[in-house]
Unconditional design. Structure first.
Length: 354
């Protein structure tokens, strides 16, 4: 039976087309190209580094394995860029190009284009980079029935900082944590960003939300209240929790800014409302928590004067540890959330550049 079936298949594959029906001639022939052109998509660099407000090119080129040309010329080439979620289960459309047709999506509209330095160049140019642009991008090239992909990671220079509101420790669900970061000129940190911050020395015992919905915290100096003295340093993972009901702190990420961060020289100390008005009178706004962390980490800003910030907290940045000013470590020192109406402090202001 097997031999008979094989003979039938052979006879079908080698059957001549009917001479009286030339329109069916090519439909009866199956072409198999085992060694034909195979589309290859390559990213010359797996990671690209940039910063908020900058411009960047995510590399991507395509080739055919058995030809020296970029495309076979038979089909139009379609280039599609998407952004991947942390678990690779979802893709967010960024940019699509086919021939002269171009389309960008969402917050990328007006900020993305193809470099096209050669006929096989599908590299994506992103201008005026936002904090939200951080992450993994997929370059997909499609030609006829062939397609291939490459993944590029866009990393941003910046700083991760822990945040809790005036209400105190463990008072934010996931959605409130997202808003809290945005209000402080930042976004929720990713696990990769928190891990890099831990490797750079970040040590914080309070657990906080991350952008993937997990709750974690970084420990460089194991101690009894933070997992015990004998535990291994690392990023501790509480796992994934209910985004509506569970409450923790949050780890935020911010990058450099287009503006000036400064301590306002004023003849007197101020209440919170007076501090807000003093910054406005000076042509600026009271600074946000993300801005003091960015100025401290990225610009080396150092000031021993405690000052009001927009969320009602009082902090000061120390880049050069010294007596009376964070003698043991460089840090943004947290004074607390004092009484806005009666406590008097200086103020940190921020003036954006046009």
């Amino acid at each position: 039976m097997t031999s008979l079936l094989f003979l039938v298949l052979i006879s079908v594959c080698w059957a001549e087309p009917h001479p009286g029906n030339s329109s069916l001639e090519h439909e009866g022939i199956v072409h198999i190209q085992e060694n034909g052109p195979r589309l290859l998509v390559v990213a010359e660099q797996a990671k690209i580094f940039s910063h908020r407000g900058g411009n960047v090119t995510l590399p991507c080129k395509f080739y055919h394995e058995h030809t020296s040309t970029a495309g076979s010329g038979t089909h139009k080439i379609r280039v599609k860029w998407t952004k991947l979620t942390y678990d690779y289960l979802k893709e967010v459309d960024v940019f699509v190009a086919m021939g002269h047709h171009r389309k960008s999506y969402g917050s990328y509209q007006g900020r993305v284009s193809l470099r096209e330095s050669s006929e096989n160049d599908a590299s994506l140019v992103i201008t005026n980079i936002m904090l939200e642009d951080y992450g993994r991008y997929k370059c997909e090239v499609i030609e006829g029935l062939e397609d291939d992909t490459a993944v590029v990671t866009l990393n941003l220079e910046g700083v991760v900082f822990p945040y809790s509101p005036r209400l105190g420790r463990y008072n934010l669900n996931f959605h409130e944590a997202q808003r809290a970061c945005v209000e402080q000129d930042s976004v929720m940190a990713s696990f990769d960003q928190l891990y890099d911050a831990w490797r750079s020395g970040l040590d914080w015992c309070n657990a906080g939300w991350l952008s993937d919905g997990s709750v974690q915290y970084p420990i460089t100096k194991p101690r009894e209240p933070c997992g015990g003295k004998n535990t291994v340093p690392g990023v501790r993972n509480y796992g994934f929790w209910d985004k509506d009901k569970s409450r923790y702190d949050v780890f935020c990420f911010t990058s450099n800014f287009n503006g000036r961060f400064y301590y306002l020289i004023h003849p007197t100390k101020l209440t919170y409302d007076e501090a807000v008005q003093a910054c406005l009178k000076d042509g600026s706004h009271i600074a946000k928590v993300g801005q003091i962390f960015a100025a401290w980490k990225l610009l080396g800003y150092d000031r021993c004067d405690a000052g009001w910030l927009a969320d009602g907290s009082v902090r000061y940045p120390i880049s050069r540890p010294r007596k009376r000013c964070s003698p043991s470590e460089a840090a943004v020192r947290f004074v607390g959330f004092p009484d806005k109406k009666h406590k008097l402090y200086g103020v940190y202001c921020f003036r954006a550049y046009n």
